[in-house]
Design a protein around this ligand. Structure first.
Ligand SMILES: *Cc1c(COP(=O)(O)O)cnc(C)c1O
Length: 408
């Protein structure tokens, strides 16, 4: 008899985005004349920029000729891309990360989930509330939790991120072994300062914990002194893994390319307390279960670091950030309390008069014909908040904000 992985039975049904889809479809069917503007899911809308498309095409052309054809590539990624990342994303910014510590992948979603596999199930995991749902769900799938109960999985240490703590978590009372942090944050759009990150690096160092640092929105940081990488903090290479992605930065959500930094210095421990290289384990995992990202995609990703590519990508990021600026100003004008949007493509809005996240969702959909995401869908501490994404096109963004201003 085939047996299932019963951890999957603990998972709450994928509720948030299917439920949004259901309510939107119902509204559209009843009001086919209304133009609905979608600012819900975190997907980009601007196309791949020209220099990246050119490199992508060149990669395909190489695959079409016997002399330049490529079969399986290195599981860790091609050296040309790992070196370009090490130089441009780290070394040029004064962060000493060698190409050998960088692992190319088909996405940070996959990496943040897959990384769980190299850590034993006795690890206690800390995650923020509200949070990107992938961290919690993959923790459940891997068997590191108990059952779901009143909004929380038993065994996970939840760290509330609220207005009161500036949406950066306080150090938990219970000591975690693995700590998921994401800055700039999805869903709140807020960032952590150097001092705040240092607090976490020191905490992890003291407890021999590991920080799993998701920096998918690093390119959206505009304010000086906000760290782009956890490795800007002294000692972080001994206690942190960093995930970055070309998805939101360069429009790769449908093209698929990301990378994970696992420093040579990073150690985790066996039952006897002996140290083991995490990089060696991750390399073993990837070499066994992954056969690398497609060559043309890696060529396209490397073009992100060409002179032309850097300029084009900066323009796309600036476009979304200008949307965010417009949204933030309009929503504040309309009397809402607004967070994020300065160093991230997300605006986190407090509903008025303690309206619940879902009631606000229905009001905005029915009366303004705009779709956002209820904050409670990201965790219980998100109740009473609402997320708008800045990834729509400019005209829709402006129109959506006009409609919300006119809400009764
Ligand atoms: C979009 C996003 C990612 C990127 O995922 P990919 O699989 O690389 O597309 C990672 N983390 C967060 C928090 C995100 O919102």
């Amino acid at each position: 008899m085939a047996k299932i992985n019963e951890n999957y039975l603990k998972l709450q049904a994928g509720y948030l985005f299917p439920e949004i889809g259901r309510r939107v479809t119902e509204f559209v069917n009843e009001h086919p004349d209304k133009k609905v503007i979608k600012m819900g899911i975190g997907d980009v809308t601007q196309p791949l920029p020209p220099s990246i498309v050119k490199a992508f095409h060149e990669g395909v052309e190489e695959m079409a000729k016997a002399e330049t054809f490529k079969g399986y590539g290195p599981e860790q990624g091609y050296a040309f891309l790992r070196e370009a990342i090490a130089k441009n994303a780290y070394q040029d910014n004064g962060i000493d990360i060698p190409a050998g510590d960088i692992f190319i992948s088909d996405g940070s979603k996959c990496d943040t989930g897959n990384i769980q596999e190299i850590f034993g199930n006795s690890n206690k995991i800390a995650i923020c509330d509200p949070v990107y749902p992938v961290y919690a769900d993959t923790t459940v799938m891997s068997g590191k939790t108990g059952e779901f109960d009143a909004g929380y999985y038993n065994g996970i240490i939840y760290m509330p991120c609220t207005k009161e703590n500036g949406f950066t978590p306080d150090l938990p009372v219970e000591t975690p072994d693995l700590i998921f942090l994401c800055f700039p944050n999805n869903p709140t759009g807020t960032v952590a300062t150097k001092d705040e990150l240092k607090k976490w690096v020191d905490f992890a160092t003291k407890n021999k914990s590991i920080i799993l640092y998701d920096a998918a929105y690093e390119a959206f940081i505009t304010e000086e002194d906000i760290p782009h990488s956890i490795y800007e903090i002294e000692g972080a290479k001994k206690v942190a893994i960093e995930f970055r992605s070309f998805s939101k930065t360069a429009g790769f959500t449908g093209t698929r390319c990301a990378y994970t930094v696992v420093p040579e210095e990073l150690m985790a421990y066996d039952g006897e307390g002996r140290a083991h290289s995490v990089k060696r384990l991750w390399n073993r995992r990837q070499s066994t279960k992954f056969n690398g990202v497609s060559y043309p995609v890696q060529k396209a990703a490397a073009a992100v670091y060409s002179e032309e590519g850097k300029k084009e990508v900066a323009e796309i990021v600036a476009y979304y950030l200008e949307n965010a600026r417009i949204m933030k100003a309009s929503l504040a004008d309309a009397g809402y309390e607004v967070f994020g949007g300065i160093n991230a493509p997300y605006i986190w809005v407090k509903t008025k008069n303690h309206m619940s996240s879902w009631d606000f969702f229905d009001k905005v959909l029915n009366e303004a014909n705009v779709v956002g995401t209820p904050g409670s869908g990201f965790g219980p501490a998100g109740e009473g908040y609402f997320r708008f994404s800045a990834f729509a096109d400019r005209d829709s963004t402006i129109e959506a904000m006009e409609r919300i201003k006119n809400l009764k």
